[in-house]
Design a protein around this ligand. Structure first.
Ligand code: SF4
Length: 487
């Protein structure tokens, strides 16, 4: 499974070789002045006693670029590097608008690739570019459309940032004015765009604008840690800073975009976390970890980078109630199914986990809770927010516990207990429009066709699929035929 790991952020810029030498001297001075520095920092300083020599840098650049030309994976967001002098001239002659278009493509692909497999991203990227081929098209989209397009990729903040960033970059200009708008080209200017950190800025600046700036993501960290046999904690701020320095030293001054992509590609395909293929690695001759493990059987290249224990995920419990409201005035389909039943969905707060996304009414519990406690909490929520009194039995056509499912976020394991509540309300869904809390809550009713277009997160989709299956297999009869008096 090839995931693009999380980028490593730092404010460090490219270091020319001179600066690296200066920094090395400075590091030694610091060590003299602070003999009691933290063990990790000392270890790092030992590891980085020397940076890449001029010769090493030259060899790594040449080998990696040559390998990349022949071995890069074909993906829709890459363009073939110019080989002939005519192709190079064509690239150099690209106007501002073409460069901005390239920056947009790199930006979208890099945002999608964070924490997501390349194979998964390919289809998402193609669909995205068909719908919003330019940044102007994206800037005119709604958050809901973007969420819908993003559904299933996870980390929805990225989708939000892309839209906010597009609006900011375009700055209200129409597509016809496209040739005049300015896409930020430097790392510092790009970092001002929402959601663009040091990594994404480096990727856009180097790949689209040919600037000699580094990128550091998890793949790059792994390759560098092995190249220099760095055993310091890779999550430590000092270590991260040093990785940026090393990457800054290595980046090729003429082909920075290709070089950065080559380094990441090597980490993703050859220098993998647990089964690196050192025998086919183009830079094994410059790799210290590889050299160490050949002379010392107790050393293995996978000892680098040092493994840091993962933060334990916390377990959370949540009561989820899928409220289905019958609008029983509508005609039935030929199959006899009821038309126009709607589901109540609620927008999550604009900050925090899954910000601004739609979900079924949910209540987070303090801990593990039985059905009675969960129902009490849900009843309270529905009454407070929608004036829905589930104690009035005559409005309830059915209430069934459907089951539980686990949804995993990077830091949370969320156990969702799902029930289906089918209601018949006087006036159908309009009952809610009169009664629901107006100031602090955003909600709506959607039918089974349009629910697919509001950008269901994979967690909400799991719940929806559970409900769908339950209705297919276990809901005993056509509820709409029941004669009950609406409230
Ligand atoms: S030689 Fe092995 S450990 Fe070193 S960079 Fe290449 S694949 Fe990674």
């Amino acid at each position: 499974m090839l995931l693009r790991p999380r980028p490593f952020n730092s404010s460090v810029k490219v270091m020319e070789e001179k600066e690296v030498r200066k920094s090395k001297t400075k590091m030694k001075q610091v060590r003299k002045r602070e003999p009691a520095a933290a063990q990790n920092t000392n270890k790092l300083e030992e590891d980085m006693e020397d940076y890449f020599s001029k010769e090493e840098t030259h060899n790594i650049r040449a080998s990696l670029l040559c390998w990349y030309q022949k071995n890069q994976r074909v993906v829709p967001w890459r363009i073939t590097s110019p080989n002939t002098s005519q192709e190079k001239e064509e690239v150099e002659a690209k106007d501002q608008y073409q460069l901005a278009q390239r920056a947009y493509e790199v930006w979208v692909s890099e945002m999608m690739l964070q924490q997501t497999r390349v194979a998964t991203v390919i289809e998402y990227y193609k669909r995205w570019m068909e719908k919003w081929p330019t940044i102007h098209h994206l800037a005119a989209a709604s958050q809901e459309e973007v969420n819908h397009m993003w559904a299933g990729l996870g980390y929805y903040r990225r989708a939000r940032f892309l839209l906010e960033g597009a609006k900011m970059v375009v700055g209200g200009q129409s597509q016809s004015q496209g040739a005049q708008f300015l896409f930020p080209t430097t790392v510092s200017a790009l970092c001002k765009v929402p959601g663009v950190g040091q990594y994404t800025a480096g990727a856009i600046a180097s790949i689209a604008f040919n600037q000699a700036v580094p990128v550091v993501d998890g793949n790059v960290v792994r390759v560098l840690a092995r190249l220099k046999a760095i055993s310091a904690n890779p999550k430590d701020a000092t270590t991260i800073k040093s990785f940026w320095k090393l990457a800054g030293q290595l980046v090729d001054l003429h082909c920075p975009g290709d070089f950065n992509q080559a380094l990441m590609e090597l980490g993703a395909t050859i220098c993998t976390p647990s089964t690196p293929s050192c025998s086919t690695c183009p830079i094994s001759g410059q790799c210290r970890a590889f050299s160490l493990c050949r002379t010392n059987t107790s050393v293995c290249v996978t000892d680098y980078p040092t493994k840091v224990p993962k933060t334990k995920q916390r377990l959370e419990f949540c009561a989820v109630c899928v409220v289905e409201i019958l609008n029983n005035q509508g005609p039935k389909t030929q199959q006899g199914a009821q038309r126009d039943n709607v589901f109540l969905v609620v927008k999550r707060p604009e900050e925090g986990l899954l910000a601004g996304l739609w979900e079924f009414p949910s209540v987070l519990m303090d801990g593990e809770a039985d059905l009675t406690m969960r129902r009490e909490a849900m009843d309270c929520y529905l009454k407070t927010s929608f004036k829905l009194d589930t104690k009035k039995k005559h409005c309830i056509l059915s209430r069934n516990y459907v089951g539980e499912c686990l949804h995993i976020f990077s830091h949370i394991r969320l156990r969702m207990y799902v029930e289906l509540l089918v209601l018949q309300l006087k006036g159908g869904e309009s009952f809610l429009y009169d009664k629901a809390e107006k100031d602090s809550l955003q909600w709506r009713c959607v039918d089974s066709n349009s629910i697919e277009s509001i950008g269901l997160t994979s967690g909400v989709r799991k719940v929806y699929n559970m409900i769908h299956e339950f209705k297919q297999t276990q809901l005993p009869l056509d509820l709409t035929s029941r004669k009950r008096k609406p409230i």
